[in-house]
Design a protein around this ligand. Structure first.
Ligand code: FAD
Length: 557
């Protein structure tokens, strides 16, 4: 195994040893309590691993022996840490279960294959013996797509791909590279940069997610404006299935019928296990520039993004916060700090320019060669200025860039204090975006209030646009709320349902980049239609006739 999982939190985000400065900042916690209408915050620590109940593995000796014959003893793991680590993904909902020590979805064993042939052997044996197989990359899913649910099966195993982590090769002439699917983001990036090229896929979960997981969820990195999303960069894949190996087309373009490669994208481990992939690469950018803008409101910021993408301006990222997200970050960062002279001058200038409560902050990122970066930056500045925005400077961009992977570490300190924090995302066309935004925000605010632990308690509901297209954009909501501690899974579900119903009713997709998993399954028929779901079922039945691969995810019964 290449990744030392014992250094990663089994019931939270990221490095287990990570210590966040905010944890001891009592002024910030008091401010937050006031923001959500609570007199004080409660201590709600997570249960330690040693203090959790774990049922014995359901694999019998002969089944376990079969797996050790294929993989070797050290690559078949059923110790407490490994089973707990692989029990769930890393959504707020997952953490609610893990933090109370609910390990009912722990796999019976965790298997670490080293090559495609080993994966095929495991799948063939599991299929013949009614054992569910949950393909596992970094386990950062936030939609319940690695939950090791064995219902209807004799046992469930987690097939952890992190041992398959080689960069297979770079083809500089064709500008493609191939790698094994279990390679983590940083390892892949480092190996590619050593040859002065990049894939450019940097999701916020980059440090802890894998190539296979990015493909299986059809994800989007933060700089999708320049590098595209998984469906833009995937060229071809090897998919190990219980029926054998499916090697998809590997052509720059073809009209030979529907592209089988596309079936792999977003398949969430239900059609097969991606063992290797070939993808487009680009020259490592010579220049990168991240800078800030302030718009008078969310609508004018969104108009600037729309104009830029419709003009085909080469931007890497345009990330626009709504007024609440802008206010939250400014106020939270300022708690307990005295405003210095430069800050007071900036405040006075903003007041003079009539930037008030509706101000919406944007971080704009430009990458590429010097001329491209300069041109895109200058032109975007013109567009923004024309819409009434002012430049807020490179320090704002630099701050965002430096902290671009750190935000998720705030979740556990909040959960330790009786607060919930979750995110959800969607996308829709530009013409529907205002109505969708308003409806989802209202659904979240109302349901948070209805499920709050005391009268007067409320949520902070913030949103940003971070991925955009000529015809529309994604909306990404973050919401912080006081937990109903006696029933917080039901509270989470009520909020999720209300928001997703609002998304569907207003023409949004149930997910722009997080995927379906278990959490979005109830809305899949509305998204795809009955016939669309039948098509997915037929593909699954062909590749996985006994239905052992990641049961209960993606495809409704
Ligand atoms: C804090 C945080 C931030 C995030 N930010 C982003 C973001 O910016 N952009 C984004 O797109 N997503 C984001 N995500 C979601 C998540 O990180 C992505 O979905 C990621 O692609 C999952 O990769 P993984 O390797 O962790 O996959 P896992 O979570 O292990 O698995 C996800 C799904 O893929 C399947 N799978 C994994 N590997 C394989 C394989 N080799 N073959 C077949 N199926 C496989 C699993 O069965 C499962 O269905 C974020 C998640 C968190 C917790």
């Amino acid at each position: 195994m290449s990744a030392d999982r014992t250094k990663i939190s089994w019931n939270g985000w990221g490095w287990a040893a990570h210590k966040d400065e905010v944890a001891g900042d009592e002024a910030a916690w008091a401010w937050l309590a006031n923001e959500v209408g609570m007199p004080s915050l409660l201590a709600t620590p997570a249960r330690p691993l040693d203090d959790t109940a774990l049922a014995p593995s359901r694999l019998n000796t002969s089944e376990r022996n079969q797996f050790t014959r294929v993989l070797g003893e050290d690559r078949v793991r059923d110790d407490r840490f490994e089973r707990a680590f692989h029990a769930r993904g890393r959504s707020y909902h997952d953490l609610l279960h893990l933090r109370i020590g609910d390990l009912t979805t722990a796999p019976d064993a965790v298997l670490y294959p080293r090559g495609t042939e080993e994966v095929l052997s495991v799948l063939s044996f599991a299929s013949d013996n009614n054992i569910a197989v949950i393909p596992y990359g970094g386990g950062t899913s936030v939609v319940g797509s690695v939950t090791a649910d064995a219902s209807g099966f004799k046992a469930a195993i987690s097939l952890d791909m992190s041992g398959m982590d080689r960069l297979i090769g770079v083809d500089p002439v064709s500008r493609t590279a191939a790698a094994e699917a279990g390679i983590y983001g940083p390892a892949l990036d480092k190996a590619l940069r050593a040859q002065n090229v990049v894939l450019g896929h940097y999701p916020q979960s980059f440090e802890f997610s894998t190539l296979g997981g990015w493909i299986a969820h059809r994800g989007a990195g933060q700089q999708s404006g320049r590098y595209g999303r998984a469906n833009d960069w995937l060229v071809a894949a090897k998919l190990a299935t219980p029926r054998g190996l499916l090697t998809t087309e590997d052509f720059p373009g073809s009209s030979a019928g529907p592209r089988v490669t596309d079936l792999v994208l977003g398949s969430e481990g239900t059609f097969g296990v991606v063992t290797e992939a070939r993808f487009h690469i680009r020259a490592a950018p010579a220049e990168s520039l991240y800078t800030g803008f302030l718009f008078h409101d969310f609508a004018s910021g969104a108009a600037a993004i729309r104009q830029a993408v419709q003009e085909e301006l080469p931007v890497a990222m345009l990330r626009l916060s709504d007024a609440e997200e802008t206010r939250f970050y400014r106020s939270y960062g300022a708690v307990g700090k005295r405003r210095g002279i430069s800050g007071r001058i900036a405040d006075a200038y903003l007041k003079y320019r009539k930037f008030g409560e509706t101000t919406a902050a944007m971080v704009a990122g430009f990458e590429g060669d010097k001329a491209t970066v300069e041109h895109a930056h200058r032109r975007f500045g013109e567009i923004a200025k024309h819409l009434g925005a002012i430049a807020a400077g490179k320090s704002m961009g630099a701050r965002w860039y430096q902290g671009r992977f750190h935000g998720p570490y705030l979740r556990e300190p909040m959960m330790d204090r009786g607060l919930g924090v979750d995110t959800l995302e969607t996308a829709t066309s530009w013409s529907k975006i205002d109505a969708l935004y308003a409806a989802v925000k209202k659904a979240l605010e109302d349901t948070i209030q209805q499920t709050a632990p005391r009268p007067g308690a409320r949520g902070i509901v913030a949103c940003h646009i971070s991925h955009s297209y000529p015809d529309g954009a994604s909306l990404y909501f973050t919401y912080i709320f006081p937990r109903a501690l006696d029933n917080d899974v039901a509270q989470w579900l009520a909020i999720k349902r209300a928001a997703t119903d609002a998304i569907v009713a207003h023409g949004g997709t149930i997910s722009h980049h997080h995927g379906v998993g278990e959490d979005h399954l109830p809305w899949m028929k509305q998204e795809k239609g009955d016939l669309g779901v039948d098509v997915l079922r037929a593909i699954k039945a062909t590749l996985d006739p006994k239905g052992i691969l990641n049961p209960g995810k993606l495809i409704p019964n």
